[in-house]
Design a protein around this ligand. Structure first.
Ligand code: FES
Length: 274
């Protein structure tokens, strides 16, 4: 069993959960994830390890309560325990001394972006984070990112914080200026956002790495649930990723597969207690 040390609502439907898991805290690297199994009834959920505290033996996870299993998970209070936590899984992030790096996070993708941006900054890169959401309430981790980024730029769809528009509008500005054009871009967020980022960087041949979020079941390359097509080849995001060269990813296929169980998910959500 894995005790829940804290579970806090930090934005609408978004929870920061700190879980005691000393072995995972010791061995995790940026970009890796865990598979969480909240209880007997819930499905297994892949979640990026946002942070770890080796001394306390804890890992930090950000969970967006959007489906049946994530709602069951986030309803668990501090002091209770998770049934199972498997990890660390997946390949660590490709950290290189790129020079100037733009880290683009959309919505809860910012939580996935946080450990990558931190590792890139620790490797000596000048990291510019560009984070966005529908409104100011959905902007997370801006202060935490500002501790190691040279700049944190915010975009909201309604203009309630930062620039009005999408993160891609901000990226367009960075690319257009020779003083700010990045040598590499990391993007994490909704599939249409990651696709738009890759289309924007492709003509400039800027190395662009995306973190994919397909449906996962076992997380060990056995079930095939997380298959994605990258460069025309079938890959399993759980063991070959979750990060890939964004210019090679078939985003349309990924979007299609992500919607496969939408009807079943809606039926399950109706079963949740009020
Ligand atoms: Fe089963 Fe990746 S989750 S193969």
């Amino acid at each position: 069993m894995f005790p829940i040390v804290s579970n806090d609502l930090i934005a609408p439907n978004l929870y920061r959960m700190v879980i005691r898991a000393p072995r995972i805290a010791r061995s995790r690297q940026p970009g890796q994830f865990v598979i969480v199994h909240a209880d007997q009834e819930a499905e297994r959920i892949p979640l990026t390890i946002a942070d770890a505290d080796i001394d306390r033996g804890t890992v930090t996870l950000f969970v967006q309560a959007v489906g049946y299993s994530t709602c069951r998970l986030t309803a668990l209070p501090a002091g209770t325990s998770l049934r199972d936590l498997a990890g660390p899984l997946g390949r660590p992030t490709e950290i290189k001394p790129w020079g100037r790096v733009a880290c683009i996070g959309g919505g809860v993708g910012t939580a996935v972006l946080y450990p990558l941006a931190k590792a890139l900054a620790e490797a000596g890169n000048q990291v510019i984070s560009v984070i966005g959401g529908r409104n100011a309430d959905l902007i997370i981790l801006a202060d935490e990112l500002a501790e190691f980024c040279v700049e944190v730029l915010v975009a909201t769809e309604d203009g309630s914080r930062g620039r009005q528009g999408f993160v891609t509008h901000v990226l367009q500005g960075l690319i257009a200026d020779p003083r700010s054009i990045p040598q590499a871009v990391y993007a994490v967020g909704p599939v249409p956002m990651m696709k738009a980022v890759t289309e924007m960087t492709r003509p400039h041949q800027i190395r662009t790495i995306v973190s994919l979020n397909p449906i996962m079941i076992d997380g060990t390359g056995m079930c095939g649930g997380c298959r994605v097509v990258v460069g025309g080849e079938l890959k399993f995001a759980c063991v070959d990723g979750p990060e890939f060269d964004g210019h090679l990813v078939d985003f349309d296929l990924l979007a299609d597969r992500l919607s496969t169980y939408r009807t079943e998910e809606c039926k399950m959500i109706r079963k949740l207690p009020e």
